[in-house]
Design a protein around this ligand. Structure first.
Ligand code: V47
Length: 439
């Protein structure tokens, strides 16, 4: 059976009739949005033209109000977050030179390249021992030599050391890469991961499915169809997953809409997506940013909120929409909670991918900070696990009475350092050699 088919978590956003009849009427400043307002208020599905009209409109408040309505129908005023720790076992990646938007990847002998031994991964995770961590979020580069056994031993070892922590691990791109170098099927790799303790897949690697945009920003990466196929396979095995879209680079509004519609179509089929996360492109220390002549934040607050809201409205069958505060700042994330978002990501202890690309946000948030942020938006914080099962609520929480960072002191030392790339661009010939050696 596919995940979600008998699962109350995936209640459709159109389902709460009582709430539908209560909702106030939204009055758009942009009159062309009126037919969409009527559709959303009546709980009807939006089509491609509707989604394009939402992206094209500058009436952000109407789009946001509609998304807020859709979100409240599904999630009321709850805002979820996880006590999570990011672990990135390697930044060596065969796509170092062709995923030109990424600042995290390195060539094997490039400055800053690293590959953790299992003991180092366990030591990093031990920063979580005796603390509140509920999820390890594990992603990294496509290393040409690291085997499936390395990852399976890692998952088993983490599970043995931290039995209560769920493992959300390996993007579809990493899964397909392991299948290729091990000459196994994607299904067998996923089965082995599940047996070793992986609970869910993160949503990375989707970027934007448009072949034209992909050819520019992520040539040689899994195609959109292949990315969807890995998630379809995972859902069929009872492994739920998240999904993402990277926006703010070379994609068109049509590319965004078609990406969302492809995610919605797969969700209609499998019900396996838990959450959608729009990811704001960061241009520092990568070749694309250099080529586009951009530095600092590439997206605007307007676009960040628009992407959240349109995602919420189009993806009427995905239960949760997450704002990733390390990318868009806690300030925008707090506002996003009134634009269709019901998930704030989490404590996110030690995030590397966006900080390598210029994100200037904190390396984690404390419970106090998260709870203040959610309550400040008039919402109710709920700590969750990877599967959106509530872990606890905070009615009796008094700010200031808890450690600044509940996981304990900030992690220090060699394992917790960010060293930016010396050059955004790698030597093209050397990159080809890596790819060839991996094939
Ligand atoms: O696939 C890489 C993105 C993703 C840059 O599933 C960049 O809960 C912006 O998917 N600017 C990986 N984005 C991270 C990811 C994720 C994050 C948080 C939560 C979850 C989840 C998943 O990061 C990549 C890519 O789309 N990325 N480089 C950059 N320069």
């Amino acid at each position: 059976m596919n995940v979600g088919q008998s699962d109350s978590r995936t209640v459709g956003l159109l389902g709460d009739k009582a709430y539908l009849s209560d909702c106030p009427t939204v009055r758009p400043s942009d009159a062309s949005l009126q037919p969409i307002v009527t559709k959303v208020e009546q709980g009807q599905r939006l089509d491609r033209d509707d989604a394009l009209a939402l992206f094209r409109s500058s009436d952000l408040l109407t789009v946001g109000s509609l998304a807020d309505l859709a979100n409240r129908r599904a999630n009321r005023d709850r805002v979820y977050f996880a006590a999570n720790q990011h672990i990135n076992p390697t930044n060596v990646c065969v796509l170092r030179n062709t995923c030109v938007f990424c600042s995290f990847a390195r060539m094997p002998r490039e400055d800053g390249a690293y590959t953790r031994s299992l003991d180092e991964v366990f030591a990093e995770a031990d920063a979580a021992r005796d603390n509140a961590t509920r999820e390890f979020h594990i992603v990294g580069g496509l290393h040409p030599k690291l085997t499936l056994a390395y990852y399976l031993d890692m998952f088993r070892g983490l599970k043995a050391r931290h039995p209560d922590v769920m493992i959300k691990a390996l993007t579809a791109v990493e899964v397909a890469h392991l299948a290729r170098i091990e000459r196994q099927s994607v299904r067998d790799v996923l089965l082995a991961m599940r047996d070793a303790g992986v609970t869910s897949l993160p949503g990375g690697g989707a970027e934007v499915f448009s072949p034209a945009a992909r050819a520019t920003i992520a040539d040689r990466k899994l195609t959109g169809e292949e990315w969807l196929a890995v998630h379809r396979e995972a859902h069929g095995l009872g492994i739920p997953s998240n999904c993402t879209m990277l926006y703010g680079h070379v994609e068109t509004l049509e590319d965004r809409v078609d990406h969302l519609l492809a995610l919605r179509a797969l969700q209609d089929e499998t019900h396996g997506f838990l959450c959608y996360i729009p990811l704001a492109y960061h241009p520092d220390h990568n070749e694309l940013g250099e080529r586009l002549g951009r530095q600092g934040t590439a997206t605007t607050g307007f676009d960040d909120l628009k992407n959240i809201a349109v995602g919420r409205l189009v993806l009427d069958n995905i239960p949760h929409v997450k704002t990733h505060w390390p990318m868009v700042t806690p300030f925008i994330s707090q506002v996003a909670l009134s634009f269709g978002c019901d998930d704030l990501e989490g404590t996110v202890v030690f995030e590397r991918v966006y900080h390598e690309a210029g994100a200037a946000t904190q390396m984690w948030l404390s419970y106090d900070e998260i709870i203040a942020l959610v309550r400040g938006a008039g919402k109710t914080p709920v700590e969750r696990d990877s599967l959106y099962q509530p872990v606890r609520t905070f009615e009796d929480w008094v700010p200031g009475r808890h450690a600044v960072r509940p996981e304990g002191p900030a992690p220090l030392g060699e394992l917790f350092k960010i060293e930016h790339r010396k050059t955004a661009r790698a030597a093209r010939r050397a990159a080809t050699a890596i790819v060839d050696s991996a094939e």
